[in-house]
Write a protein that binds this ligand. Sequence first.
Ligand code: NG6
Ligand code: CA
Length: 527
Amino acid sequence: MKRDHLFYYGTLASALLPVVPACAKTKKGNASVDNRPQPNVIVIYADDLGYGDLECFGATRVQTPNVNALARSGIRLTNVHAIAATSTPSRYGLLTGEYAFRHAGTDIARGNAGMIIRPEQFTMADAFKNAGYATAAIGKWHLGMGDRDGEQDWNAQLPMHLGDIGFDYHYVMAATADRTPCVFIEQGHVANYDASAPIEVSYEANFPGEPTGKDNPELLFNLKASHGHNQSIVNGIGRIGYMKGGGKALWKDENIADSIAAHAVGFIRKHQQEPFFMYLATNDVHVPRFPHERFRGKNPMGFRGDAIAQFDWTVGQVISELERLELRQNTLIILSSDNGPVVDDGYQDRAVELLGDHQPAGPFRSGKYSTFEGGTVVPAIVSWPKRIEAGGESDALMSQIDWLASLSALVGARIPRGGATDSKNFLGTLLGENRNDRQYVLEQAANHTLSVRTREWKYISPSKGPAVIAGPNMESGYSPRPQLYDMQKPYEQENVALTHPDVVFRLQSYIEQERTKGSVYTSPISR
Ligand code: NG6
Ligand code: CA
């Protein structure tokens, strides 16, 4: 939301008192700032972390002590669904409360995509900002930067950035670690900018004289590709997209988690005296997995396992800082992931060979990209010591699409007309105060297939496409026939569509109903 609009919405928001519903089991914090009515809120959003990747969700081949402790301090949510099976549409839905299929340009974004969420849209950051919070986005962004696709001047202040959609502070990677530009962008400007090495980015053609993974495999000294990732080489790793320059601003993959954690801790420290909201989107466990040396070799799964351990460490850093500042009691932490897991996502990091009996998607079928549950079921933990009793668990059916309306209700932020149209207030469910299921959850696969989940059933719309996605070797779940699965057996195996036409009809109608709603934003971007 543009800054000029803030006064208007801020006035509306301040007219409403923060809605903090009564809770039977309230505990007391011990620091004075910890007794404010509004909690700090941190959304820790992992990348490609699967339901079965954490010890507290059943993993045994990797240790996640900090996340386990977080789960013990609050509730484990075992039936949470990301909005899509890939990052950009999933994050779009989380941050705007609008399904990605309503908005053009929400497929996996290039590193030089223009801002996908436009300033006139209401975002999770706006909700908190309007309620008087300091807001931040730190880590992976992957929702475009600058005004227009491919037209950014990476050597200057970008004319449009996260500050235009409600984030006061932002230190982000434009897209993913495997996409150029391989630099962090802080407040719309390349961090540690090196004037001696001007940056150019293209997703069309290489820059003359620059090496690529395709032509110069001998320069891939850190990681080689297994599929794709053969364009520009940065830090001995082939990327998607071309870039030139960067100099000392280029990231070193082994330090990305440290940079993200340090900036997260810095933001908390700086804003300890006021309520803050932080969207902390880690790079782990997305490819290229190239964790810092200190995480290597401590589990039998190689870099993928090390990246999980590094994610766990990041969580630990944030929690220790909150504890040190005596802010932990009144900080609501929501931890989850943007989509299901993938083992080989394009680099020879031995993740497949070393997987053993680890099940990244837990009991669910397939993973990232897929229409099957493994694509969108994600681990989720909610902890707020002051308000939520420790040691809980809930299997209420939830979608991340509802987190914006739920958190808006929590802090008393008013959602403007036309904003977050798909997001419903399920605050009580999110905080474990009730077990109210969403009536149905929509899930979007990589090929745009929509599926619908209810507590009992999963319906997958017919679609075209290969049964297995080559490269990641992932079962797509795409089929020209309608599929219906009984979710009492979580591993979708027996298609019962033919014997339950009434259920198929009902679930299809949910999808049709959603499709015909349309968007109030008429996709102002041409892409
Ligand atoms: C794919 C990439 C994959 C990953 C994914 C996006 C290739 C061969 N594969 O196209 O590595 O970057 O896009 O992942 O290029 S996501 O989690 O950000 O959606
Ligand atoms: Ca992802």
